[in-house]
Design a protein around this ligand. Sequence first.
Ligand code: GLA
Length: 377
Amino acid sequence: MSHDAELVRAFRARWGETPVVFRAPGRVNLIGEFTDYNDGFVMPAALTLSTWVAAGKRPDRVLTVHSENFGESREFTLDEPSPQGSQHWSDYVYGVAVILQRAGYRLGGANLLICGEVPIGAGLSSSAALEVATAMAFLDFAGITVAPTEIAKLCQRAENEFVGVQCGIMDQFVACHGSPGEALMLDCRSLAFRRARLPAGIGLVICNTMVHHELARGEYNQRRADCSAGVRHMARVLPHVTALRDVTRSELEKYGRTMDATVYRRCRHVVSENERVEQAFTALQDGALDRFGDLMRASHYSLRDDFEVSCPELDILVDIASDLPGVYGSRMTGGGFGGCTVSLVQKEYADTFSNTLQRRYRESTGRDPTMYRQFPS
Ligand code: GLA
């Protein structure tokens, strides 16, 4: 039975009426990590795994939210004068409502039943999928049409202003615009994007370390602050620089050496990663998958050594993957400190690759990783 049907049944059992179901996908980022909030380039792909929101209108100004994943409910009023987040999964839902209202959209009360297939806290954007599916529900019920890019921006704002994570636009954008089987090459400054079909002969193998780093949120915001410090430094000599996107490798080399050493390494990651995304897009269009894989590996090492957002378990997975037959490349994906790696493999090797990676990771770490395979058709 489809997710849709199960959710409708559960909604009816809880609230006695038939809901409307909204859905948004998780994503895997192929390359371009921590470049989005530096006005740079990213290349994510939507997953076949989604978050589903079954919604029914209420006559009052109350939001009731129940998560099937957590088996928990929360209730909010849309008229709360100073709404606050509570570091709870429901912040993503309530935060979207708060921001939509701040943006001038008048919402009505709703009952929401949430069910997510995107693993939570694994770097595959379960939160952006939840935000986007929720925003679609609220806007639809209010009879308001908002363009997908605007929905992405509003959901990013919810995460920045309400949840308290200074994330970029990538996750919400791909949740609004992405389809499985294709990568989006997104310019996070102009928000212009191009689609590239993933070749039919490959598989994406995603491996969840099962490590969830408690400090990830603080570290994330710290990295963003480091990048801002780098921009301030570079702008003193190059006044046109408003984001690390505007800095070339040679400029960084020439003028960045007097920065704080950590800030310099953070900048070096971002500047080199932007170059890698552009090269990777060309490689994908040319079918140069070995080249694409080399860029994935280089991205991982840069995240590990310069941006310092990897962790031993992610590094172990990338090391194991690099020796296995049929692999083009492998890297951590998403916000880091745990979560998942993504490997690009030849389709006919995907099963053996996945089984061997799983077994060898288990042997090395004692953790049992969850594997996800995505095959473009
Ligand atoms: C998280 C954020 C994104 C992006 C990535 C790192 O997923 O939500 O905006 O910064 O980390 O690339």
